[in-house]
Design a protein around this ligand. Structure first.
Ligand SMILES: [Zn+2]
Length: 422
């Protein structure tokens, strides 16, 4: 036969797990029809010259939920050989959404994934409300395969509105959430994404809704996957609750579906912990439990500028600065009161109480532990505790309401009332 495409002399890695071998790959009518030493005619021949010929990679943890709407190739995953990307991870998604919740929902994706709000405002057309409508919207123009998870934070905002980071759901709200998850799965969602990452905040400084959900809600939503008989669960930040009381293992056992969670890694602050974690996973796998951590192929390094240093967002001194306009940030960085403010009290009042001796700027002091860990090139964690209202200082350098940022109007934080732990 005459092939449409013949790739000659490649180092073939076929994805089955067996070792690489040298050979040719023939394609006809969009399918691989032969692999081996081939010399048939072909309309097009590519000389691979020993380069790797492999199936496209699946980039299984991405946040292209917005970008896919204006960039159908999902760059730069495609440049790494990915032909499939999985979006909707870590509970973050752009559907379902009601019109009045759009900015709040986009703000979560913006803040957690460092995507500028003005980019989202310019590029997201919001032509959907439901998850199936969103899938239809992104399916109009795809350059790679895209799999979507339905994100718990979006679902919780949809069902509970502004109180989605404040309290447990009512029975009615939980029923609505279950219905939304079912609708998404039946429309083709790959599964559900949840999170136990307590360091993920929205623009206002509140924990994202999914991180505030009680365990009982996770089990109720996971049970929809059992009922429908399909889907996987992805969990952001699951290592702590898994090692503490096997949360993800229990969840996987309860619903019978596979769970992937973040992350098996080495950390400067917990050297060797990966060994304990890996031993734990080996034991649970032996028991037939399908809850496994993902691994990062590279080290995690935080880069930031003084315009956008989100890594400090759970620190009371920093939160209002991060929410301010660039001009107000500059004023704050210059302002002695702010520079010496550490826990919401002024320099003058702390001196009265004898708490200030010779003082470097506390803004910088509060970063010292960060610098120590970042110097080793490892990932860092901001404090897990969020500021209480009494700890969030009234800035002396800006107005407390209606602070204008470069991208959108942001209000000052109502500090988190979230009681979830993990
Ligand atoms: Zn993620």
């Amino acid at each position: 036969m005459t092939y449409d495409l013949l790739i000659k002399d490649g180092r073939i890695i076929d994805g089955s797990g067996r070792p690489a071998f040298h050979g040719d790959v023939a394609v006809a009518e969009g399918k691989i029809v032969e692999v081996g030493r081939l010399d048939g005619a072909a309309r097009r021949v590519i000389e691979a010259d020993g380069r790797v010929v492999a199936p496209g990679f699946v980039d299984n943890h991405c946040h292209y939920d917005a970008q896919v709407l204006w960039d159908p190739l999902c760059t730069f995953s495609c440049y790494h050989g990915a032909t499939t990307v999985i979006i909707g991870n870590c509970s973050l998604a752009l559907a379902p959404v009601r019109a009045h919740g759009r900015e709040k929902l986009a703000g979560m994706l913006s803040y957690v994934e460092a995507i500028p709000m003005d980019v989202l405002q310019a590029g997201v057309p919001w032509t959907w409300e439901t998850f199936p409508e969103y899938m239809k919207a992104i399916g109009q123009r795809l350059g790679v395969n895209v799999g979507t998870l339905v994100g718990h934070s979006a679902v919780r905002l949809y069902a509970m509105g502004e109180e989605c980071s404040e309290r447990p759901a009512t029975d009615g709200e939980l029923a609505l959430m279950r219905g939304v998850v079912r609708e998404a799965l039946e429309a083709g969602a790959l599964g559900l994404s949840i999170t136990r990452n307590m360091n993920h905040f929205d623009i206002a400084g509140k924990r994202i809704p999914a991180a505030c959900a009680p365990e009982s809600e996770l089990f109720a939503l996971a049970d929809v996957l059992r009922e429908v008989g399909t889907g996987v669960i992805q969990c952001g930040g699951g290592t702590n609750p898994e090692l503490k009381d096997r949360l993800l293992s229990r969840l996987a056992q309860a619903c019978g579906r596979q769970i992937m969670y973040n992350t098996l890694l080495e950390q400067a602050r917990q050297p060797g912990r990966w060994r304990t974690h890996l031993a734990h996973v080996e034991e649970t796998v032996r028991q037939g439990i399908r809850a496994v951590p993902l691994c990062n192929p590279g080290s995690i390094v935080n880069r930031f500028t003084m315009k956008n240093c989100q890594v400090f967002r759970s620190m009371p001194t920093w939160l209002p600065i991060l929410q301010a306009s660039d001009e107000e940030k500059m004023r704050a960085y210059r302002d002695p009161e702010t520079r010496f403010s550490r826990d919401g009290t002024s320099r003058r009042s702390r001196r009265r109480r004898g708490r200030i001796r010779s003082t470097p700027s506390s803004i910088w002091r509060s970063t010292r532990s960060w610098r120590r860990s970042s110097a080793s090139g490892k990932s860092i964690r901001t404090p897990t505790r969020s500021p209480r209202s009494s700890e969030v200082p009234t800035p002396s350098w800006g107005s407390r309401t209606g602070a204008r940022t470069s991208s959108s109007t942001r209000t000052w934080a109502t500090p988190p009332a979230c009681s979830a732990t993990g």
